[in-house]
Ligand binder design. Structure first.
Ligand SMILES: Nc1ncnc2c1ncn2[C@@H]1O[C@H](COP(=O)(O)OP(=O)(O)OP(=O)(O)O)[C@@H](O)[C@H]1O
Ligand SMILES: [Mg+2]
Length: 356
């Protein structure tokens, strides 16, 4: 390959489908650290709700949400114009169209306590900025719907999942069922998450997943490589047919068990973290020579931005930062919102063409 050329990465529609959550979870459920409820197929009404502009949220679960805790009027915060709840406009008409499903989700969240959601391939990690905990933890359907509706990453699953497949025919797109996954929330230590790259049935590379500098990881490299290697050879390889794929694992102390978090397609839209896709596609690796990369003390500055932070602000705001006219439009819009007292008015400019 000549310098400056992209190495070809061959992935098929079937490879991508095999990474759909329901597909790999049915085989490796026992190796995950949390129970998951998978809903598929999703009803037309729920998909329409996900696709629609604007964010309508269920009113009846607002009280369980971390974001909408009521403030009770008292002598310290007294206002003359406290809104009377009974006069509030009904705003959840479109949710009523899938009321039974809404109730099912409510019950499941109650049973699990709190959940981390995702669709077939992607979790809404880009919209966590909207949550008080800055994470994907949902305590109610209000949290869940807000997180899902604010995410651009989910558009990837709905409209762009097969874009990189060599056998993808745009005029005859593959049929697949969109799914919603609710994973029971578990507190995990991000320093012990690793992304592992498998090319032609060989584990070639492992990268730290959370790109902060953790000084204790370096001395664990050999032990972690061994444990992940055994998990790959004994468990993953025989049951996962794809030729190449990327799997995420969690290896908490005392490092005697490897948990599977996700299986991802071996393609450019999967984040290569501390590697580059050209490297992963072309590196020659001899048997048992797995490249293990960590953020080191010396390069930690390069990864100082918070993961997904490019998606943590509204798109209008980003546009405004690079173009004067957009800045003027943005300020006008802010002024309008201020005058209307309407802080929830949605931006129409979010594009469905915004894959992760
Ligand atoms: N059950 C859970 N409880 C709490 N946090 C979780 C749970 N499952 C996953 N997470 C966290 O959510 C993060 C993202 O989840 P996941 O890897 O499924 O998203 P993704 O969209 O597939 O990410 P990517 O695009 O990088 O492949 C994980 O790195 C992990 O830290
Ligand atoms: Mg993934």
């Amino acid at each position: 390959m000549e310098d400056g050329q992209f190495a070809e990465i061959k992935i098929t529609v079937d490879d991508i489908l095999s990474c759909s959550y329901s597909n790999w979870y049915s085989k490796f459920k026992d190796y995950t650290f949390s129970e998951a409820a998978i809903y598929k197929p999703l009803s037309k009404e729920f998909i329409e709700y996900l696709e629609s502009d604007g964010i309508e949220l269920p009113k009846d679960t607002k009280k369980d949400s971390v974001l909408f805790q009521d403030v009770s009027p008292n002598s310290d915060n007294e206002y003359s114009d406290w809104e009377n709840d009974d006069n509030e406009k009904e705003t959840d008409e479109s949710i009523k169209k899938f009321e039974d499903f809404h109730l099912t989700l409510r019950e499941k969240i109650k049973e699990f306590g709190s959940v981390a959601p995702k669709l077939n391939w992607s979790a809404p990690q880009d919209s966590v900025w909207i949550m008080t905990g800055r994470n994907m933890r949902c305590y109610s359907t209000t949290d869940l719907f807000l997180l899902l509706k604010s995410s651009d990453y989910l558009n990837h699953d709905m409209y762009h999942a097969f874009d990189e497949a060599c056998d993808f025919d745009k005029s005859n797109p593959p049929k697949f069922e969109l799914e919603l996954v609710l994973r029971k929330w578990v507190e995990i230590n991000p320093s012990m998450e690793f992304r592992c790259f498998v090319r032609d049935r060989q584990l070639i590379a492992i990268s730290q997943r959370d790109l902060n500098y953790y000084n204790f990881l370096d001395e664990l490299k050999d032990e972690l490589t061994e444990k992940i290697g055994i998990f790959f050879d004994d468990i993953l390889l025989s049951k996962n047919e794809a030729n190449s794929f990327v799997f995420d694992v969690y290896v908490p102390k005392p490092f005697n068990k490897v948990y599977l978090i996700d299986i991802n397609p071996f393609q450019r839209s999967t984040d290569p973290l501390l590697f580059s896709w050209n490297e992963l596609a072309t590196m020659s690796v001899s048997e048992d020579d797995i490249k293990f990369r960590l953020v080191t003390e010396h390069n930690s500055g390069r990864f100082a931005t918070k993961a997904h932070s490019q998606n943590h602000v509204p798109k209008d705001f980003l546009d405004a930062s690079v173009d004067t006219q957009s800045m003027v439009d943005f300020l006008k819009k802010c002024k309008e919102l201020e005058l209307n007292g309407d802080s929830e008015s949605e931006s129409e400019s979010e594009s469905k063409e915004n894959p992760k």
